[in-house]
Design a binder for this molecule. Structure first.
Ligand code: COA
Length: 153
């Protein structure tokens, strides 16, 4: 996905807003996921996000999304964000995000996701790393749920 950064997307310093980047990451991740599952999806988790460099008004923001791994009803998509200066073509990676989506039908019931063909060493490495991140996310989710129930009691 490629977009030019317009003044309306920017803070008073002329840099794109973090929230706008997060929105574009969610959209790019959802598009890649929809093209794999051809179902409706909800975002279940977004892993910690960093912004390494500002992206200026007039620059291009480029988002590259790929599905790394699928499980029963969920999948992980990786989104890399780059800035590109329009006049020089200089491109820099500014963020990398991992998102988990869950396939659902119109009533919100979970749906199985199609398998992912891992046909080279890089694909297999990415899927194995995604398995480790998933275990960490599910631990974080349990901990949040436990804290939520303790806070209410
Ligand atoms: C995400 C959601 C559908 C999970 O539903 P649930 O009934 O709790 O389902 P489960 O715990 O059985 O998890 C379903 C799948 O999601 C995965 N999942 C759920 N929460 C997850 C998380 N925080 N991180 C990673 N995976 C997660 C589970 O591993 C499982 O995957 P699998 O079927 O591939 O093994 C539900 O929590 C939800 O609707 N959340 C709100 C989504 C939303 O509105 N997003 C927009 C922003 S708020």
């Amino acid at each position: 996905m490629v977009q030019v950064v317009l003044p309306n997307d920017a803070n008073p310093l002329g840099f794109i807003l973090g929230g706008t980047v997060m929105h574009l990451i969610d959209i790019a991740g959802a598009i890649a996921s929809h093209r794999h599952t051809r179902t409706l999806l909800v975002t279940a988790a977004v892993d910690g996000l960093q912004f390494l460099h500002p992206i200026k008004v007039g620059d291009l923001i480029i988002l590259h999304a790929r599905v790394n791994a699928v499980w029963s009803t969920s999948l992980e998509v990786e989104v890399e964000v780059f800035s590109e200066e329009t006049l020089t073509g200089v491109r820099r990676m500014t963020s990398r995000a991992y998102l988990t989506f869950v396939a659902v039908d119109r009533d919100g019931h979970r749906l199985p996701v199609p398998g992912l063909i891992l046909d080279n060493e890089d694909d297999r490495r990415r899927a194995a790393e995604a398995d480790q991140r998933r275990a960490e996310r599910l631990r974080a989710r349990r901990s949040l749920e436990e804290r939520g129930s303790t806070d209410r009691s």
